[in-house]
Design a protein around this ligand. Structure first.
Ligand code: GLU
Length: 418
């Protein structure tokens, strides 16, 4: 990273907003309102560990903006979580629900912890402790968490259960990404990756690129990365040639079998040492000569240091905030077509919204229906961003901001906030 490169995700999110606000000539009070979370809660959580000791954890829930509806967004368990990361992610959720035109605001939560060294019992007690503190500001019409980095449907189930105890009755719609038997939605599991593939399909069509046989490298092999490896070939006919996780990466220019790779990761805990592939680093993966790059890990992966070496034609951001401000500029100048995070990875929250609708009705849809509605939503959102990019002569990220911020700004005004 260059010495002065901005790596604070919240400053990055605010700067991205500033760029759009200037083009949109957003009035100063409205611009200032949208630069900050409406409210946030910091919690301290004592948790009994398996060895009988008590450990103290710290967590956050940020409700960024609820002008368009209840705040919505995932919950991360990560050792490097910070309040500014959560603020940035909450801001991006606000733009994400807006660009998708679903009636929700944006929020995000996080707990500073390392789930990889915690037992299931410790994780359950931590999850319940979080809800005992944060539950007071959650609700199906207030703020609705969901899975994110290192949080799972099982964690959502414990949280929903704890919330039900607090309220004295079942409230399935208070959290999404639940297991199916507890009111989860069909199609929620692969929704983030599926939405991203629909987006790539639209982008390729616009660029006149054939996806059949195109090569794809995936950085990050969690929920989004694993499903992208399966759905890329299934929906677009692409060939997966490389993947990585926090322990390292693997590469085979001839292509690799995604299902076997997922099984290998389940067995060994990593993609590393997958048969028939060469070992590469996460950094090398980003710079591979591939057609489509899918950053599906964490923020600040594509920086001023490596952006010039990126050879992909399309960067489809399944992660939140993978590209720094400087890198964004470089990629744009080099003609890399970016599918910006809060558009490209919006499939997850879109199916979360479908899950809430089904919970409210107490009636559940078939998976094919979810896919069809998701396809419709993603295609419409992509088209509105592409259209705006053309109209304003700006890149896709700025265009996505113009669409999303415009809708949130309108809601704030209609409510009489500014
Ligand atoms: N954590 C996911 C995201 O960043 C999903 C959020 C949700 O489903 O509410 O979009």
């Amino acid at each position: 990273m260059t010495v002065n490169e901005e790596l604070n995700p919240f400053v990055i999110a605010q700067t991205q907003l500033d760029t759009a606000a200037e083009i949109m000539q957003l009035e100063p009070a409205l611009h200032e309102l949208l630069r900050w979370p409406i409210r946030e809660l910091h919690v301290t959580l004592p948790v009994k560990m398996d060895d009988g000791s008590t450990e103290i954890f710290h967590g956050f829930r940020v409700q960024y903006n609820d002008a368009r509806g209840p705040t919505k967004g995932g919950l991360r368990f990560h050792p490097h979580e910070t309040i500014d990361t959560v603020r940035a992610l909450a801001a991006w959720m606000t733009w994400k629900t807006s660009v998708m035109d679903i009636p929700l605001g944006g929020g995000k939560g996080g707990i500073i912890c390392n789930p990889k060294v915690m037992s299931p019992g410790e994780l359950e007690r931590l999850s319940r402790a979080y809800i005992r503190q944060v539950g007071r500001i959650l609700g199906e019409d207030m703020d609705v968490p969901a899975p994110d980095v290192y949080t799972t449907p099982q964690i959502m189930a414990w949280m929903m259960d704890e919330y039900a105890f607090m309220r004295g009755h079942n409230v399935p719609g208070v959290i999404t990404g639940k297991p199916l038997p507890l009111g989860g939605s069909a199609g929620r599991g692969d929704a983030t990756a599926r939405g991203g593939m629909y987006c790539i399909r639209e982008a390729a069509q616009q660029l006149g690129i054939k996806t059949e046989g195109a090569t794809m490298a995936i950085q990050g092999f969690g929920n989004a990365g694993q499903y992208a490896a399966v759905l890329g070939p299934a929906l677009l006919g692409v060939k997966i040639v490389a993947a990585s996780d926090s322990k390292g990466g693997i590469y085979n220019p001839q292509g690799l079998d995604p299902d076997a790779l997922i099984a290998h990761k389940a067995d060994t805990g990593s993609v590393v040492n997958f048969a028939g592939t060469d070992a590469i680093t996460n950094e090398e993966l980003l710079e591979l000569d591939v057609n489509i790059l899918v950053p599906a890990a964490l923020e600040n992966q594509i920086t001023a240091d490596n952006a010039t070496n990126i050879k992909a034609k399309i960067s489809a951001e399944l992660a939140n905030g993978p590209t720094t401000l400087e890198a964004d500029q470089i990629l744009h100048e080099n003609g890399v077509y970016i599918l910006p995070d809060f558009l490209c990875n919006a499939g997850g929250v879109t199916v979360s919204y479908f899950e809430q609708v089904q919970n409210a009705y107490g009636y559940y849809w078939k998976e094919a229906q979810v896919h069809e509605l998701l396809n419709e939503k993603m295609t419409a959102a992509f088209q509105s961003v592409a259209q705006t990019a053309k109209e304003y002569q700006v890149n896709n990220r700025v265009a996505a901001y113009i669409v999303a911020v415009g809708r949130v700004a309108e809601a704030c005004k209609l409510r009489g906030w500014v």
